[in-house]
Design a protein around this ligand. Structure first.
Ligand code: HEM
Length: 427
């Protein structure tokens, strides 16, 4: 997402707003459109040239209502605009594309495996990933947070899932391609072909793991042995949920990191307020999540004729909940376009709301708190060091390149240098 606040005025031609086009987020002004929609068209409809259509909700209350209520708004027909109008082959197999009770049966055991308590033993691994990520700060003039951050969740999720380290770079690339197939990063293949190719490779990868006879002691092994409401988990369920876990982690977390660092570059006064206390860092991380809203939307289908903000919604309609808009709703957030590291309360919906609330939120929070705790301890301030480029996607509000220079605190360079040397294998 190119912008974090509207640049245009309040007069927006809502008939001309195109929320489907990925370029709206890389080159346009979605915040101006969302603000006008929240004010004048809380249920807004768009029809694509091929006749497919969807309704959009932009207010925090409506976004929460749609995500919370699986009886009125189902996830089984797909939850992303990229598959609008088609059937979702993952329906009833993948947590994210199922409703209770199927969803609950899949979610309960996985939720336990990914809880704060279960992840406590993983803290040293995550800390090591954080240290590796920031070690180059001591060595390089400019640090491309976005480029380096792409591999950040892959490292801790890859380790948790027991995936071989040599596969991580390719898996990180494929997951980004799956959510931003229109990005020029994917070259000649860009577009629907890139999406299909990425899905195909990821599913093949996980199908091979799911079928392999082994007794692995990691998250994939846990999934393969999982009891789903009194029965053994199915192979397809293992494949889809491995895919979903990796995608969920890889395509969102890096952008929470880069958008927060970018906010620190643009609002040095806010960064200077941070003293490094755990509580203060945790509060700042939540503001970074609200600011970034890395998952831009999630979709549902209405199961009945109903209403949102007093406007009718018809049974069968696709309803898209724009999280990026809900997180700037002036009805809920005072001064919503202000980045405030001490914002409290902060009822952001960056992790969603209701039964599908991000199952990876504890892992993401642990990693982000550790990362920003370390950065505040070592870095006095961040400065821009080159042009910022943005991901072209209607789903992920992402940054592709964000070169920054870190001005280190006294002693930090030596500490980081020691870390970088230790990470370099001896020849
Ligand atoms: C900053 C990081 C993250 C953000 C912003 C984020 C955002 C979200 C959101 C908004 C949802 C709700 C989807 C819906 O309502 O349909 C969700 C669900 C999910 N996320 Fe995350 N996520 C993050 C990190 C992670 C991580 C680290 C993992 C994996 C370990 C993960 C795996 C999942 C899965 C599997 C679901 C589906 C849960 C369900 O359907 O019950 N996410 N995420």
């Amino acid at each position: 997402m190119r912008l974090s606040a509207p640049t245009g005025g309040p007069d927006v031609d809502l008939d001309a707003v195109d929320l489907f086009d990925a370029r709206t987020y890389s080159d346009g002004d979605p915040h101006a459109a969302w603000r006008a929609m929240r004010e004048h068209a809380p249920v807004h409809r768009q029809t694509l040239p091929d006749g497919r259509s969807f309704a959009s909700v932009t207010r925090h209350a409506d976004v929460s209502a749609v995500l919370r209520d699986h009886t009125r708004f189902t996830s089984r027909r797909g939850t992303l605009l990229s598959i609008l109008g088609g059937a979702d082959p993952a329906g009833d197999l993948m947590m994210a594309a199922s409703d209770p009770p199927t969803h609950t049966a899949l979610r309960e055991p996985l939720g336990r495996a990914l809880s704060f308590a279960a992840l406590r033993s993983r803290h040293p691994d995550v800390r090591a990933v954080v240290r590796r990520l920031i070690a180059p700060l001591a060595l390089e003039g400019a640090w491309d947070v976005a480029e380096r951050g792409l591999g950040f969740p892959m490292e801790f999720t890859g380790a948790l899932m027991g995936l071989p380290e040599s596969d991580w770079p390719e898996l990180a690339r494929l997951t980004t391609q799956a959510v931003a197939p229109e990005d020029p990063l994917f070259g000649a293949e860009a577009g629907h072909g890139a999406l299909v190719a990425a899905h195909h490779e990821l599913f093949e990868y996980f199908a091979e793991l799911a079928h392999r006879r082994d007794d692995r002691d990691d998250l994939v092994g846990f999934l393969k042995r999982m009891d789903v409401g009194g029965r053994r988990v199915r192979v397809e369920e293992v494949v889809y949920n491995c895919y979903s876990l990796l995608l969920g982690a890889n395509v969102t977390t890096p952008h929470a990191v880069s958008a927060t660092v970018q906010a620190f570059v643009e609002h040095p006064g806010e960064y200077a307020r941070l003293t490094g206390s755990d509580r203060q860092t945790a509060t700042a991380v939540e503001e970074g999540l609200r600011w970034a809203s890395p998952a831009n939307h999630f979709m549902r289908y209405a199961t009945v004729d109903t209403e949102l903000s007093g406007r009718p919604v018809r049974a069968g309609e696709a309803v898209v909940a724009w999280l990026g808009s809900a997180n700037r709703d002036e009805r809920v957030f005072a001064d919503p376009y202000r980045f405030d590291v001490a914002r409290n309360p902060n009822r952001h919906v960056a992790f969603g709301f209701g039964p599908h609330y991000c199952v990876g939120a504890p892992l993401a929070r642990i990693a982000l708190r550790m990362l920003f705790g370390e950065l505040v301890r070592l870095v006095e301030r961040f400065e821009a060091a080159g042009p910022v480029t943005h991901l072209r996607s209607n789903f992920v509000a992402g940054i592709r390149s964000l070169p920054v220079r870190a001005v280190l605190r006294p002693g930090a360079a030596d500490e980081l240098k020691g870390e970088a040397d230790a990470a370099t294998p001896a020849r």
